[in-house]
Each structure stands twice: as C-alpha cells, then as structure tokens.
Design a protein around this ligand. Structure first.
Ligand code: ZN
Length: 113
C-alpha cells in the first residue's frame, strides 16, 4: 500500500523535527495534499492510525489541506482546475497543459511539545 510508505515518511519527518526541537511528542501535523498526488484519503487515514501507534505521534491530530489541482494551457495561457493529468483546456480544447499545483504531498506545519 502506497499510503503506508507515505505515512511512514511523514512520521519520520515529524519525529526528526520533534527530536531536533527537544520535544517529546508531536501534537499536530498539518499536511498539504494535492488532488493529483495519487493519495487515497481512506487508505491514508487507515495507515495513519496504524503507523503512529507507539511513535511520538501517538496522540497527534492530523490536519489535511486539500490542494485543488490547477493547470495552465500552453496554447492560450488560460488557468483552470483539473481533475486528471490529461484534461484538456476548457477554453481552447488544447491538451498541452502545464500542471501548476495539485501534485504536492508535504508537511506544512508541526506542533510539538
Ligand atoms: Zn487553452
């Protein structure tokens, strides 16, 4: 399951940060997850609950900012939200588009104590 390795990575980042900050627990983790990141939220929640047990994140709260994917048309420069990588420009129908955002999967902020 892809989500489990993602979650393990996030936990590692959070623990490294907490240790460096001299904290002993992570209270809150805020994540930016793009709609094109390929993350399944249900799998993510399940993996999260399993993986955080016994770590510094045991009692932490997870907040997720869902980032709507946006693209820019290389032909007419229109910017528009997309659901798939291969969506066409709604203005001119061109398929040559540049993904501006929506692929992110990162830790935005951490609260430790
Ligand atoms: Zn266009």
């Amino acid at each position: 399951m892809h989500e489990l390795s993602v979650v393990m990575g996030i936990i590692k980042i959070a623990e490294d940060y907490a240790i460096a900050a001299g904290a002993h627990s992570v209270d809150e983790v805020e994540l930016d997850i793009g709609t094109l990141s390929g993350i399944d939220m249900d799998s993510m929640d399940f993996a999260w609950k399993q993986a955080k047990k016994g770590t510094m994140l045991n009692d932490s709260v997870k907040k997720i900012n869902s980032i709507t994917a946006k693209a820019k048309c290389l032909d007419c420069n229109a910017e528009f939200p997309i659901k798939n990588y291969y969506d066409a420009c709604p203005v001119c129908g061109e398929h040559l588009i540049n993904i501006i955002c929506g692929k992110e999967l990162k830790v935005r902020s951490l609260l430790v104590s």
